[in-house]
Structures are given as structure tokens and as C-alpha cells.
Design a protein around this ligand. Structure first.
Ligand code: 13P
Ligand code: SF4
Length: 325
């Protein structure tokens, strides 16, 4: 049995190596640039030309002059790249790679909701569909949300969508009143505060680091709250050696490469006794096999009707402008 398992593991390893080599060759041959979010599988991050958080990836997509992008991320991120960079062919290995938060805000329900607030400016978190972006005045990510809110005059009422946890965090941070859409990310709502505090009692010197999409009671005990890239810089600069990390566990791959010698512990979730269950299948549908096949066929691609693209582009341009200063 043990020998069989060993053989299976080494076959899998060979497949990963072989596929990675073929993908590298295809990248060269076809001139495809691979962009990946930190929460993609490690073997995918290894092949990426550029890895970043949502803001960095959007900025890269808007500035790069490449003709073909393969976006290893969830659907709304690949869609955002296409909105920003119309000329590039944007390949998406699995169009079903989804975001529970983006799915929590459907265009028809949001349109109805906005009818109640005709004089509000609409700030939408980038984790939403092109249709929701098109109904928004400005987009933000977790890296620039405070800045985006502060760019709007104080007397101006604001609707914030779709993440209510990030919204509550921003209300506390900026002192602004925001009308919140009732959406959330199931990954960030899966953490157990009881288990987290128990774990912290085992590692009292550990710093708790959380993404602002986590629930308020969890953010209350966090030593640092920030976007994926902000967490990486905090951990790199911190004198502490141990960190408990409350966000999608994929970030641990890049982190561990950047902060060798530090101990990184994924925050425990309510459902499971293993700590690493904040890795969610629906977000991780991209695989090396799918990337390989997508590059070979140059399909599937992200396609958006031009009229919708132009409407969704305006609030994204505003965000990119605000982020420059
Ligand atoms: P970032 O803004 O840190 O990329 O976060 C996006 C996200 O989806 C976190 O779950
Ligand atoms: Fe969406 Fe949550 Fe996954 Fe981020 S972690 S992409 S918000 S489902």
C-alpha cells in the first residue's frame, strides 16, 4: 500500500513537472503572459509571469502591452483584465472558477436595491461582475478602499457593495456612513473565533493577521488587518516569528517563499479540525491540465459585450486614477 502511494505521488510529481515544462514552452511559442492571484495553487504560481493581489493585477493588466493574457484567478478577475485591456486576448482556464462574494450580488437584485438610494454614490469592491461594476461610480479593492472612500466628499452619501464585512470595517476606519449590500465571502466567514483563540493560547507570541473580509469579531482580535499584499509586507517586516493567518490559505505559498524561517499557521475554520480548510475548491478550479489545454486551444476566452465593457470600465479607471496618488 505504502509503495503504491509512493509511486502515485512520484507519478503526480512527474506530471506536474512535465506539464510545467510544456506550459513554459507554450508560453514562449505563443507569447502568452500568465497572471496569477496569490490564492492560486502553488504549481500555478510557479509558472506565473506576475503574481499579485487584486489591485496589483488590475494595474498590471492596464499597463502591460501584451497580446495574450492567461488569467489564473477567479472569473471576475479575468473579466476585469478584459474590461481594462480590450486589445488583449484574455484566456481563462476554467470559466467556472468562481467567487462566492461576487455571486452574492446579482445584477437584477442590485438594480432594485439601488432604486432606494438614487442620490448615493456607489462604491463596489472589485469582487463583483461586470454588470455590477457598470452600475457603480467607482471600484475599490482591499488595498485602496479607504483611499477611494476618502476621495468622495464627506457630505455625499455612499452605497458600498457587495462585502458587508469589509463595509463595516471601512465604516469604523473612515467614520463614514455607508449603506451596505448584504453580501459576504464564505471563505472569510468560515473561521471559528473560538478555535482561533484556543490556537492563540497555544502560540501566545503569534500575531493574528486577517483580511478585512473576515467577520468583525475576528477582526477585533487581529494584530494586523490588510489586503493580501499588505499582509505579506507586514509579515516580512515584523519582528515576530509566528503568525496565524485568517484569509484564503493559498497566500501561504508565496508567503512561505518570501519569509523563510517564520512559522505561518492558517486560521482554523468552524467546520473542520484541520487548519488548512480555508482552501476552497470552487476558487481553485484552475489546474495545470486546464491551463495547458487552454493555451493549446487558446480557448476559453473572456468575452464581454462592448457596451457593457465601456460602462464597467469607467469606475475601474476612476479607481486606477485614485490609486496613483
Ligand atoms: P485582495 O484585494 O487582497 O486581492 O483580496 C481579494 C480577495 O478576493 C480576497 O479574498
Ligand atoms: Fe471571492 Fe472569497 Fe475567494 Fe476572495 S476568498 S475570491 S472573496 S470567494
Amino acid at each position: 500500500m505504502f509503495l503504491l502511494m509512493l509511486r502515485a505521488t512520484s507519478t503526480m510529481k512527474k506530471d506536474i513537472e512535465q506539464l510545467s515544462t510544456e506550459i513554459r514552452l507554450l508560453k514562449e511559442e505563443k507569447g502568452i503572459t500568465i497572471l496569477a492571484h496569490y490564492y492560486q495553487r502553488p504549481e500555478i504560481q510557479q509558472l506565473a509571469d506576475y503574481i499579485g493581489d487584486s489591485l496589483a493585477l488590475s494595474q498590471y493588466a492596464s499597463e502591460c502591452r501584451v497580446q495574450k493574457i492567461l488569467f489564473a484567478g477567479v472569473h471576475f478577475m479575468a473579466e476585469t483584465a478584459k474590461i481594462i485591456n480590450r486589445r488583449a486576448k484574455v484566456l481563462i482556464p476554467d470559466a467556472a472558477a468562481g467567487c462566492s462574494l461576487a455571486d452574492s450580488c446579482t445584477p437584477s437584485a442590485f438594480e432594485q436595491f439601488l432604486k432606494q438610494y438614487p442620490y448615493h454614490k456607489v462604491i463596489s469592491y472589485i469582487n463583483c461582475s461586470a454588470e455590477i461594476k457598470a452600475m457603480s461610480d467607482v471600484i475599490c479593492t482591499s488595498s485602496n478602499a479607504e483611499k477611494v472612500i476618502q476621495s468622495i466628499p464627506r457630505h455625499q452619501p455612499i452605497v458600498f457593495a457587495p462585502d458587508k464585512n469589509l463595509g463595516r470595517y471601512l465604516i469604523a476606519k473612515t467614520g463614514r456612513k455607508l449603506v451596505l449590500w448584504d453580501g459576504a465571502c464564505i471563505v472569510h466567514e468560515s473561521f471559528s473565533i473560538e478555535k482561533l483563540l484556543k490556537l492563540h493560547r497555544q502560540f501566545p507570541e503569534a500575531k493574528i493577521v486577517a483580511h478585512p473580509e473576515a467577520e468583525p469579531h475576528l477582526l477585533k482580535v487581529a494584530h494586523f488587518i490588510g489586503s493580501t499584499s499588505a499582509m505579506i509586507s507586514y509579515i516580512k517586516k515584523s519582528d515576530a516569528d509566528t503568525f496565524i493567518i485568517a484569509t484564503e490559505a493559498g497566500i501561504l505559498h508565496e508567503l512561505q517563499k518570501q519569509v523563510q524561517g517564520k512559522t505561518l499557521i492558517p486560521a482554523p475554520t468552524a467546520e473542520d479540525n484541520t487548519c488548512a480548510s480555508s482552501e476552497w475548491g470552487f476558487m481553485k478550479m484552475n489546474t495545470l491540465e486546464k491551463i495547458h489545454s487552454c493555451m493549446l486551444r487558446e480557448y476559453p476566452t473572456v468575452e464581454i459585450e462592448e457596451c457593457l465593457r465601456l460602462k464597467a470600465l469607467q469606475p475601474l479607471i476612476r479607481m486606477l486614477e485614485i490609486s496613483k496618488n
